[in-house]
Design a protein around this ligand. Structure first.
Ligand SMILES: [Zn+2]
Length: 299
């Protein structure tokens, strides 16, 4: 039992709240001393769920998805298990599931340790290379988290087993790993432009426009340098770039954006637009995807 939970047996709620806040400020300060946080932890309140952003490593995001009705929670790409579990304790939620977007170590590298610390966890992924995997999913498979339904979207290209997770609620969310970033997309390590076209245009663009996008990295400002280079006269890109620069100056994450916003400024989501086809000097959107990505690789 920690000193804090021991104290909670005797103290009034008001005092306890202040004490809890002070305790977490202190532990955050301790962590800052060891390693610089790239972003503040943040919570996004959806109608039926809360999504907690937990920064990890240099620029990764882990997420804790919590069903408000049951208090059941899923960790998305929990690469730093201790830090993730600290959040679980702080919120007093019931961690049942791990959702893994892909096998790369900066996403799946914490799975084995987390499964050891919390026996009985369901570890979901689309690739046998995902550590501690207990449930391999394919396109369209649904996972239940309390009252929430989480749909697997097979989006191979960055890796051949990449999965995005769509929480199909009236206030929806999608976890896009290293497939879709704010204003960008992942590298084509194990796939090609046709696959990324299918992932971004065929699958993710078809989600409701108000779907909030939770991606795997804070790459937004670098991505906007490229996006505004490709489309120098796109006001939506300028506007969002400024908004994100301000957020970053305040130490806040630029995540989440929405699918509707991404369609307005993300060049990889816009390969059917005439401005992108002109820039890439082709009439074929798949070819435009290929050209954009190879340019971005050396930008
Ligand atoms: Zn990756």
């Amino acid at each position: 039992m920690s000193a804090l939970s021991f104290a909670s047996m005797f103290m009034p709620q008001r005092v306890l709240t202040a004490l809890t806040a002070a305790y977490f400020k202190f532990t955050t300060w301790q962590a800052l001393g060891q390693k610089e946080y790239h972003r503040e932890p943040t919570t996004i309140n959806h109608t039926t769920m809360n999504i907690h952003l937990v920064p990890a490593l240099k620029d990764n995001y882990m997420y804790l998805l919590v069903d408000k009705e049951s208090g059941n929670a899923a960790a998305v790409d929990p690469v730093e298990p201790e830090k993730l579990l600290q959040k679980v304790e702080e919120l007093q939620v019931n961690l049942t599931t791990v959702l893994t977007t892909h096998h790369h170590w900066d996403h799946a590298g914490g799975n084995v340790e987390l499964a050891k610390l919390r026996p009985g966890l369901i570890v979901v992924g689309g690739d046998e290379r995902v550590g501690a995997l207990t449930k391999q999913v394919k396109h369209g498979d649904e996972i239940t988290l309390g009252s929430l339904k989480v749909k697997s979207l097979f989006t191979p290209c960055h890796t051949s087993g990449h999965i995005c997770y769509f929480v199909d609620e009236k206030d929806p969310a999608v976890f896009t790993g290293d497939t879709l970033f704010v204003a960008g997309c992942g590298r084509f390590f194990e796939g090609n432009a046709e696959q990324m076209y299918k992932a971004l245009i065929g699958i993710l663009s078809e989600l409701p426009d108000h779907t909030k996008v939770y991606c795997g990295h804070e790459y937004t400002l670098q991505n906007f340098k490229f996006a505004t280079h490709v489309e120098p006269s796109n006001p939506a890109a300028d506007e969002m770039k400024k908004r994100c620069e301000n957020l970053r100056n305040e130490g806040k994450p630029t995540v989440p954006s929405t699918i509707g916003e991404e369609k307005k400024y993300n060049p990889f989501m816009r390969v059917k637009e005439s401005s992108i086809l002109q820039y890439t000097k082709t009439s074929d959107p798949v070819e435009a995807m290929k050209i954009l990505r190879s340019e971005k690789d050396s930008f």
